[in-house]
Design a protein around this ligand. Structure first.
Ligand code: NAD
Ligand code: DAU
Length: 351
């Protein structure tokens, strides 16, 4: 791999991945970042990268649904590998308005695959970044594996499932060299403050209410974004073509415990306002419609085949993440400067 097209590189995971690729992975080629810059895409997530890696990083502003642009980008930059992150990624938004999810996640992935097929002679890999949500919801027992049947429950996960199936079909039918990773919940720096962890950190730091959906009993398997980036790169380098790898943190947490831990760490790291522990800010709100109960990944395949394993523990990763959000208040106010309101769920409960 010499020149990798990263789609959605200005988002949370994509920007962490580009930094990792250029600075830490040992890769010495070039990265072209194709991003539409939606509300979730912020060029400042990559501040300093162009200067620090002069000649190895290019940004192309554009939509993965734009077939002519995608084709031209592959040709002009002599792309020989693709790592596809670009997506609409927030479940709550998919409940409020599913259209953009079908457009970007399904149509956009199809457009990329078609361009990749035309460009196949020059392409060694199409890596598709996906989610464990395609498998639906677990009860109290068991784990998702690469063999778990797809049962997506939200418009978001259904659109990601559709994109996974297209990627699989392009391998099966056209022999496109693909790999897929299905990962659990990520957290870490540069995550847009609509997702649970950054939203709770910022609201708790500012003394605002902490809206826990339902009873707060839902379980998520958390993985630090740096561990996810290493997993994606391991799959890209050494994963078998046509294979899927499930990626998770072996870190199941009940939502309420996660929010309480954030409160306790913040009480320790940021002196309070004298009104008592931040746990007092927690409130239970109407549940997310169709809310999946539990996600948990069995990641033995990627561990055994590729030697990957998560390095960050939840508490150490969470401490670093809280520190990052406290130290980057300017970033927070800039990315929130558009139409965004921190609590999307209010919208679907009002309508
Ligand atoms: P994000 O919402 O933070 O970023 C998405 C990026 O894609 C943004 O930069 C946005 O501008 C860009 N984008 C959106 N539509 C586009 C389009 N039509 N054309 C070009 N660019 C477009 O998302 P994220 O959390 O970084 O997730 C990245 C990928 O990883 C997604 O495919 C998501 O499904 C997957 N994933 C996320 C998680 C998680 O916990 N966040 C876990 C597993 C898998
Ligand atoms: O599992 C991987 C998926 O994880 C990714 O594919 C998605 O892109 C990513 O957004 C994430 O989906 P979730 O729906 O699990 O993440 P979210 O941060 O939105 O919510 C995590 C849990 O916290 C979920 O059970 C809902 C709950 N929640 C969320 C918010 C925003 C609350 O209780 N209150 C909130 O305000």
């Amino acid at each position: 791999m010499h020149t990798i097209l990263v789609t959605g590189g200005c988002g949370f995971i994509g920007s962490n991945f580009i930094r990792y690729l250029l600075a830490e992975s040992g890769f010495d080629g070039c990265v072209v970042n194709l991003d539409k810059l939606t509300y979730a895409g912020n060029p400042e997530n990559l501040a300093g990268v162009e200067e620090r890696f002069a000649g190895r990083y290019r940004f192309v502003k554009g939509d993965i649904c734009d077939a002519a642009l995608v084709r031209e980008t592959l040709r002009r930059h002599r792309i020989d590998a693709i790592c596809h992150f670009a997506a609409e990624s927030h479940v709550d938004r998919s409940i409020v308005g599913p259209g953009a999810f079908i457009e970007t996640n399904v149509q956009g992935t199809f457009t990329l695959l078609e361009a990749a097929r035309e460009h196949a002679a020059a392409l060694s890999l199409f890596h598709h970044v996906s989610t464990d949500e395609v498998y639906g919801s677990l009860g109290p027992e068991g784990y998702f594996t690469e063999e778990t049947p797809y049962r997506p429950n939200s418009p978001y996960s259904a659109s990601k499932a559709a994109s996974d199936h297209l990627v699989r079909a392009y391998h099966h039918t056209y022999d496109l060299p693909v790999t897929v990773s299905n990962c659990s919940n990520n957290y870490g720096p540069y995550q847009f403050p609509e997702k649970l962890i950054p939203l709770m950190i910022l609201n708790a730091a500012e003394g605002k209410p902490l809206p826990v959906y339902g009873q707060g009993r839902n379980v998520r398997d958390w993985l630090h974004v740096a561990d996810h980036c290493r997993a994606v790169w391991a799959v890209m380098q050494r994963g078998r073509r046509g294979e899927t790898y499930a990626v998770g943190g072996r870190c199941e947490m009940v939502n309420l415990d996660t929010v309480q831990l954030i409160c306790d760490l913040l009480d320790e790291m940021l002196p309070g306002d004298g009104r008592g522990p931040r746990r007092r800010l927690i409130g239970f709100v109407k549940d997310r419609p169709g809310h999946d109960l539990r996600y948990a990944i069995d990641c033995r395949k990627i561990e055994a085949e590729l030697g990957w394993r998560p390095l960050e523990t939840f508490e150490s990763g969470l401490r670093k993440t809280i520190r990052w959000y406290l130290d980057n208040r300017e970033w927070v106010s800039r990315v929130q400067s558009g139409e965004y309101q921190r609590w999307i769920a209010q919208q679907y409960h009002q309508s």
